[in-house]
Design a protein around this ligand. Structure first.
Ligand code: FAD
Length: 118
């Protein structure tokens, strides 16, 4: 029970944040309204200002400046976010994730085809 109630470190905060962001992208509408697009842009642009890991936030800000968010559809957003996560993976020496919609959906929405998450 020791670590369960500790404040999140950079790793566990990162896992929780990516879970929230990828899952939200996976359920974002195929045809978002203007309001939904605006709120998604706000959510993304808030991260570099508010994310409580300052070097993470700073690098993410640079990456987003060079790669503006595509909030036009579920598929476009899921890919954009996957690519941003891959930029962090690359920086940390982690494996790249396949950003095809089938892969991000299997991980964040539908579960694998073998039914092991059903
Ligand atoms: P995570 O990288 O947290 O990934 C969780 C799960 O997501 C993986 O198990 C995999 O199933 C899936 N996944 C992996 N890649 C992708 C992808 N490209 N698309 C979709 N799904 C994927 N940590 C630092 O040490 N330095 C930083 O500068 C830093 N910057 C960060 C910036 C942001 C905006 C965020 C949200 C996190 C940042 N982190 C940073 C945390 C870091 O990205 C990881 O979350 C942390 O190191 C834990 O890694 P993990 O191996 O458990 O898996």
């Amino acid at each position: 029970a020791a670590r369960r109630d500790c404040p999140p470190d950079v790793e566990s905060l990162g896992r929780a944040t990516w879970s929230f962001l990828h899952t939200t992208a996976a359920y974002y509408p195929e045809r978002p309204t203007a309001r939904q697009r605006a709120h998604m842009l706000s959510l993304i642009h808030a991260l570099p200002v508010l994310y409580p890991c300052s070097h993470c936030a700073g690098d993410f800000d640079e990456d987003v400046k060079g790669n503006p968010p595509d909030v036009s559809s579920r598929g476009a957003l899921s890919r954009w976010l996957c690519e941003r996560h891959n930029a962090v993976n690359e920086k940390l020496g982690k494996t790249r994730f396949d950003c095809a919609i089938e892969s991000t959906d299997a991980r964040w929405k539908d579960g694998p085809a073998d039914g092991s998450c059903d």
